[in-house]
Ligand binder design. Structure first.
Ligand code: 5GP
Ligand code: ZN
Length: 116
C-alpha cells in the first residue's frame, strides 16, 4: 500500500513533517511547501498510487473522495465561493514531480496561469 522511498508516503506517515489540513480514512491533505497562491493544498490518497495512469476500478472510491474532500477543504478555507483551481499533473509532459497521485487545490486569488 505504501512505498518506503516515496516522499508523500513519508508525509502521510509523519516521517516528514507537514501542515495537515484534512485527513480521513482514505486521504491526507497538507499545505504545499512551495505555494503557487495564498491557498495551495495537496490532497493525496493514503494508498500509494503512482499517478492518474495507475488508478484502477478498485480505486474509484478514493478518486471520487479526492473531489469531495477538495470541496470540503475549499469551504473550510473560505475559498469555495470565489472559486479555485484543481490540478492533477501526470507524467513527464504533465510536469509531475512527485510520483504519488495528488490533487492540487489552488486558490485565494484569481488564477494567473493559462492552461496548457
Ligand atoms: P507535482 O509537480 O508533482 O504535481 O507537484 C508536487 C508538489 O509537491 C509541488 O507543488 C511541490 O512544491 C510539493 N512538494 C514537494 N516536496 C514537498 C514536501 O516535502 N512537502 C510539501 N508540503 N510539499 C512538497
Ligand atoms: Zn507514495
Amino acid at each position: 500500500m505504501q512505498d518506503p522511498d516515496c516522499i508523500f508516503c513519508k508525509i502521510i506517515n509523519g516521517d516528514i513533517p507537514s501542515t495537515k489540513v484534512y485527513e480521513d480514512e482514505l486521504l491526507f491533505a497538507f499545505n504545499d511547501i512551495n505555494p503557487a497562491a495564498p491557498v495551495h493544498v495537496l490532497i493525496v490518497p493514503k494508498k500509494h498510487i503512482q499517478d492518474n495512469n495507475h488508478i484502477t476500478a478498485e480505486d474509484e472510491v478514493i478518486a471520487g473522495r479526492m473531489f469531495t474532500a477538495a470541496k470540503e477543504i475549499a469551504s473550510q478555507l473560505k475559498i469555495a465561493e470565489d472559486g479555485y483551481r484543481l490540478i492533477i499533473n501526470t507524467g513527464r509532459h504533465g510536469h509531475q514531480e512527485v510520483p504519488h497521485l495528488h490533487l492540487h487545490l489552488i486558490g485565494g486569488q484569481p488564477m494567473q496561469h493559462p492552461m496548457g
